[in-house]
Design a binder for this molecule. Structure first.
Ligand code: C2E
Ligand code: CA
Ligand code: CA
Length: 796
């Protein structure tokens, strides 16, 4: 901002110095505007100059303008953008649509302008074309306009040459030097190099062997000094050469200004001395210094302030004030460049301060969360590329709140700063320590070879802190997760470390815990299954398959067991062992249980509608069965159902259902039985059941687990167990179902042992309702049925 203000001041200065605004209309410019109007066939061609407030038309062909308010000057935009400006239709350009020159009737609709520079390089005006209709403008036309603008510039240059003083540098060479300087400063990153080139050019231009460009600075106490931006190497011994080379001239400080250098600053004008030896103003030179005979000092001024000096020495024939003044445009350029550099530096410093504040925690001076994110992202990328391992450690202080409460926040803050420093000292270069918030820190360690490293961090946190005569005791709990084993992204890694930190707190604090990846993965999988399952429920991916329950002696189909299946969109048909374990909350088990119950009721109602009197068993998970809502919901679901439906519904529960609270289980069974529903004790034999236990559960049926049944023919113990279960069940008046019958032989043996009912692949694998019913319709007692051809569980 202030740079552009300065530039504008210098620009105006250059404009006034041309003394062009006051001079009468000059035919040499009219020649150019006429040529332009004719060539482009536009309404008007103008040469305009712009001062602080107004646009002044110096030559105009096709219109009658003398001056207008700068606000409405299209050419002002051309000057500001320092490039050709072409607006094909002014009325559609937001910058100009409201301009009274455009909205007038007839208004101006087309503008093309090319900036005009005065000989030292400042943009002072523009050559422009106006037209009352929108108009295209080809690249060739633009070239022609540029050419005409250059004609104007050449005219201005010859003006200057006419006005150049007797003793002075060649104006064309001066312009060239200035243009080169501006160019170098625009295109070079290093200001140092740019000043050096500028000084070399200057020495050549003025035929001076020695020179310097110094920037005026002030000590904190106000004393001025000069800092060299470029200086000829005048070293006369090793020491001075070293001093020169140390900073290559750039940055050399001249504090002693009690000499001609200071004189230039004091007088703010050109200082000439053509006999240095005899000049009382010269402060003399150190011993060995090459002799200085003639000297020219020029102030570098920005606005009204001296910002530096240019010094030249030993020009053969000496210098004159006129010669010095002829270099003024160059001095002005140097001023602008110095100012520009100062602003750059200032801006960079402000940016650095702001950046620091945004990225570092002010209390501990450690990276904050924001910077941590960047650093961690970078570290992860690097670890990925180089095959590094990273440990992400989440540290939370134990007992920090107590310190704060007891001693106040000032002490708390001091403790945090202390811990921050302590952690910083412990880690290796390239590791990261950051403060997340409050008393939470993150350490990111590279390639930790031993867990002892983690312990060291924890130990360091537990060392007492002495603060203002007090000894404060805290400790820290730390959670660690390791990349790439834990191949998660940044935020998840931090979350995992945080979870492990909680485990460390639970384990008694003052310790570290490493994130359990295996557990996490299985949990993640479970969560994914659950998500999909919930979605699958809504989109009818779940289905109850039926497996017949057959009276062994007469092979009559008594009913079916409903077994849930999941038609997974990607994984195909899934059996319960592939997804039921994912249900680990009561809530999940409940929604699935209620769904199965609902479906079973629908199936029973279909049976009823078709006049089929089959029973249907469904499996109820212990937690769901024991939940408060079970009886209530079941009652609600059964309310609209007929007695037949209720009578044919069998709930299969497993022994473990009653393990914790036999009484409660019995009560629920009794309540449910009042609804007309009966019970079966599933998987019998696998649990712990004692005889008395079994006696107390008021179930109508028990199912012998298929593991015993399947091996019964080969393992004598299993056969004995099956036999005694059958006997016992009969003793207590319960029906017995044998699961897992896979052969006729097995069925025959079970009949021998007195078993009532059987289920198994020998009869039918679980299949969809229609398939199971079709099977049952065609299944003839005593006759082996045709195997159903449709979709079925695959053989195991
Ligand atoms: P379960 O209640 O013991 O069901 C019997 C299991 O034995 C079924 O497995 C059935 O397909 C299988 N099976 C039947 N006959 C034979 C045979 O001759 N040989 C062999 N090898 N297996 C046979 P499935 O359908 O995979 O069900 C497994 C378990 O999942 C069930 O064991 C039950 O505990 C549970 N389950 C099934 N559906 C549901 C349900 O809707 N809700 C609940 N809570 N659990 C269910
Ligand atoms: Ca079952
Ligand atoms: Ca079973």
């Amino acid at each position: 901002m202030s740079q552009s203000r300065n530039y504008e001041a210098l620009r105006l200065n250059a404009l006034y110095e041309m003394e062009i605004l006051g001079s009468p209309v000059e035919p040499r410019f009219d020649r150019i505007t006429r040529l332009a109007k004719l060539h482009f066939g536009v309404e008007a061609a103008l040469l305009n100059f712009i001062d602080e407030h107004r646009l002044w038309c110096k030559s105009c062909c096709g219109a009658d303008v003398e001056d207008i308010d700068r606000r409405w000057a299209f050419c002002d935009h051309t000057i500001r953008q320092d490039d050709a400006l072409v607006v094909n239709d002014l009325s559609t350009d937001l910058r100009f649509a409201d301009n009274p020159l455009v909205t007038a009737d007839p208004g101006i609709r087309f503008y093309a302008g090319y900036p005009i520079r005065e000989p030292t390089g400042f943009k002072v005006g523009a050559l422009c074309l106006l037209h009352d209709e929108p108009r295209p403008f080809s690249p060739e036309e633009l070239d022609a306009l540029k050419l005409m603008a250059e004609m104007v510039e050449r005219e201005l240059e010859s003006d200057r040459r006419l006005r150049a003083p007797e003793d002075g540098v060649d104006v064309a060479s001066l312009s060239q030097t200035i243009a080169r300087a501006q160019n170098i400063f625009l295109t070079t990153e290093s200001d140092r190099a740019a000043f050096t080139v500028l000084l070399e050019d200057l020495l050549k231009l003025t035929e001076s062997p020695f020179g310097l460009i110094g920037e005026l600075k002030h000590q904190p106490d106000g004393r001025p000094f000069l800092r060299m931006r470029a200086i000829t190497n005048l070293a006369w011994n090793k020491e001075t050469d070293d001093r020169y080379r140390q900073n290559d001239g750039d940055g050399m400080i001249f504090e002693d200004l009690d000499n001609l250098l200071g004189q230039t600053i004091l007088s703010s004008g050109v200082v000439v001395s053509n006999d240095l030896g005899a000049d009382p103003r010269s402060g003399g030179t150190p011993e060995g210094h090459p002799p200085l005979r003639t000297y020219l000092g020029m102030p570098v001024v920005v606005g009204t302030d001296i910002v530096g000096i240019i010094g030249l020495a030993n020009r053969a024939g000496g210098y004159s004030e006129a010669f010095g003044r002829s270099l003024e445009p160059l001095c002005r350029t140097v001023g602008v460049l110095m100012e520009r550099q100062r602003l750059h530096l200032e801006r960079a410093q402000t940016r650095a301060v702001i950046e620091h504040a945004a990225n570092y925690d002010s209390l501990t001076e450690l990276p904050n969360r924001r910077l941590l994110n960047d650093l961690l992202d970078r570290a992860l990328q690097e670890a990925e590329c180089l095959g590094h391992q990273l440990s992400i450690c989440f540290i939370d202080l134990d007992g920090f709140k107590e310190v704060n409460d007891r001693y106040g926040h000032t002490v708390g803050d001091a403790v945090l700063a202390h811990i921050g420093r302590r952690l910083g000292r412990l880690v290796r270069e390239g590791d990261i320590i950051a403060r997340l918030s409050g008393d939470e820190f993150i350490a990111v360690l590279r390639n930790v070879e031993s867990d002892r490293v983690y312990q060291r961090l924890v130990d360091a946190l537990a060392r007492p802190i002495s603060h203002e005569g007090r000894l404060l005791r805290l400790s820290g709990s730390m959670g660690v997760t390791r990349f790439p084993q834990d191949h998660s992204d940044r935020d998840i890694l931090i979350r995992h470390a945080d979870q492990a930190m909680y485990a460390a707190k639970e384990a008694g604090r003052n310790c570290y815990v490493i994130f359990d990846l295996a557990m996490h993965h299985s949990r993640q999988e479970r969560l994914q299954i659950l998500d999909e399952l919930r979605a699958g429920l809504k989109t009818q991916q779940l289905e109850l398959f039926l497996q017949p329950k057959v009276q062994l002696c007469n092979r009559k189909v008594e009913g079916f067991e409903a077994l849930i299946r999941w038609h997974h969109p990607l994984r195909g048909l899934l059996t319960p062992d592939q997804f039921l374990p994912a249900l680990d909350t009561l809530e999940d088990e409940t929604w699935l249980g209620e769904y199965v119950l609902g479906q079973a009721i629908i199936i029973l109602q279909t049976f009823e509608a078709q006049g089929l009197d089959y029973c249907l068993s469904i499996n109820i998970s212990p937690r769901h069965f024991l939940s408060d809502s079970f009886v209530v919901t079941l009652t609600k679901q059964l309310t609209p159902c007929s007695n037949r439906v209720r009578r044919n519904l069998i709930l299969e529960i497993v022994e473990s259902t009653a393990i914790d609270d036999l009484c409660r289980a019995v009560n629920i069974i009794e309540d449910v039985k009042k609804l007309g529903v009966s019970f079966s004790l599933d998987d019998f034999g696998t649990g712990f059941s004692s005889l008395s236990y079994f006696r107390k559960l008021p179930v109508e049926e028990i199912k012998i687990d298929r593991t015993f049944v399947t091996d019964m023919l080969s393992t004598i113990e299993d056969r004995r167990l099956v036999s005694s279960i059958i006997n016992m069940a009969q003793g207590f008046g319960r029906r017995v179902v044998a699961e897992g019958i896979e052969s006729e032989e097995l069925a025959a043996d079970l009949i021998c042992l007195g078993c009532d009912l059987g289920q198994g692949y020998h009869y039918m694998k679980p299949a969809p309702v229609e398939v199971a019913l079709e099977w049952a319709r065609t299944w003839h007692a005593g006759k082996r049925p045709e195997p159903p051809a449709q979709r079925f569980d695959q053989p195991v």
